[in-house]
Write a protein that binds this ligand. Structure first.
Ligand SMILES: [Zn+2]
Length: 330
């Protein structure tokens, strides 16, 4: 069997522990909707990008009826047999032959983690040998190293600042741009969340529920009429949808691929900066809050490897903004 077909993924390829709990919930919820759209059934498990998670991430997934995820052996801290009192530090010997283990979560939730390095997960043989009745609670309990991943030796560093680990080794390219870029994107998200929830009260019956269920509308799992009926009470639908779209743009801009780029001037990063700008202009249009200057000020600190570009501010002002203004009506 191909067990991959039982696993959803998050909606965007984002490093979940670097997002707020609510953002994580949206990524998981929309990811489940995407799976339902493609497979006409609920997923049993979910795969977190780069296996990056913490207990909070796992709890959110468990609350959404997700029973399985994946963990790499190096992310396991301690292990014990079910009901055994003593914990044992995880090592090659006691992890040998352990196919899955569960983690206890708050409120008596649990989640099972298949112990599988990514290269094995991507190997057809692993799936061929997997039997459906293996989808049951494991007899082993583990404690995990939180906020770790399979993509960065130092946990989550590669996706937020300069990192010396192998996977971010870009030869002569420095990564001084990463930290200010993360800060600039977080600033945008902060103001957009503030506005979404403050203004949202005037449009949505429950802003939180509206946003969580917006994924269904994006994916065509729910009609616009029904969505409006269930979540929006204001006649001004245009602004209500702009608020939702602004949040959606923001979630998209955190995608983890941009952090593997060689430079802030790479096309992937430019694409996500464009999403940030679109969100910034939407915010200005519907709330009158102007954050473009703050955004650019932070990006001035994001030094590019390309001397012609200099920094993130120059990149936005001279390369991204002119194109954006040409292509849309901002
Ligand atoms: Zn790293």
């Amino acid at each position: 069997m191909n067990i991959k077909k039982y696993f959803a993924t998050t909606y965007h390829h984002s490093i979940l522990p670097l997002l707020t709990p609510f953002e994580q919930e949206i990524e998981i919820t929309w990811g489940i909707y995407k799976f339902i759209k493609q497979n006409k059934t609920n997923p049993i498990g979910i795969i977190f990008p780069e296996y990056a998670f913490n207990l909070n991430t796992l709890s959110i997934a468990a609350k959404k009826n997700i029973s399985f995820s994946l963990i790499s052996p190096g992310q396991i801290k301690k292990i014990r047999y079910v009901n055994e009192l003593k914990w044992h530090p995880a090592n090659k010997t006691n992890l040998y032959n352990i196919k899955s283990a569960y983690v206890k979560l708050p409120e008596e939730d649990i989640i099972n983690l298949l112990v599988v390095p990514k290269y094995i997960w991507n190997n057809k043989k692993y799936h061929l040998n997997y039997k459906e009745d293996n989808f049951k609670n494991s007899s082993y309990e583990i404690k995990i190293y939180e906020n770790t991943s399979i993509g960065c030796k130092y946990g989550l560093k590669c996706w937020k600042e300069e990192c010396t680990c192998k996977s971010s080794n870009q030869n002569d390219f420095h990564q001084h741009w990463k930290k200010p870029l993360r800060r600039a994107l977080n600033l945008v998200k902060y103001y957009i969340d503030e506005s979404f929830f403050t203004l949202g009260k005037n449009y949505f019956i429950d802003p939180r529920q509206a946003l969580l269920n917006y994924g269904k509308l994006i994916l065509g799992l729910q009609s616009k009429d029904l969505f409006v009926k269930k979540y929006i009470y204001n006649q001004n639908l245009n602004t209500a949808f702009q608020l939702l779209e602004m949040e959606s743009l923001c979630l998209n801009m955190f995608s983890s691929y941009i952090w593997q780029s060689r430079d802030i001037s790479s096309s992937r990063v430019q694409q996500n900066l464009k999403l940030a700008l679109m969100a910034i202009y939407t915010l200005e249009r519907i709330s009158g809050i102007y954050i473009l200057n703050n955004f650019l000020e932070i990006l001035e600190e994001a030094i590019s490897n390309n001397h012609h570009i200099g920094n993130g501010r120059f990149l936005v002002e001279h390369y991204i903004l002119p194109k954006l203004k040409k292509s849309s009506s901002i």
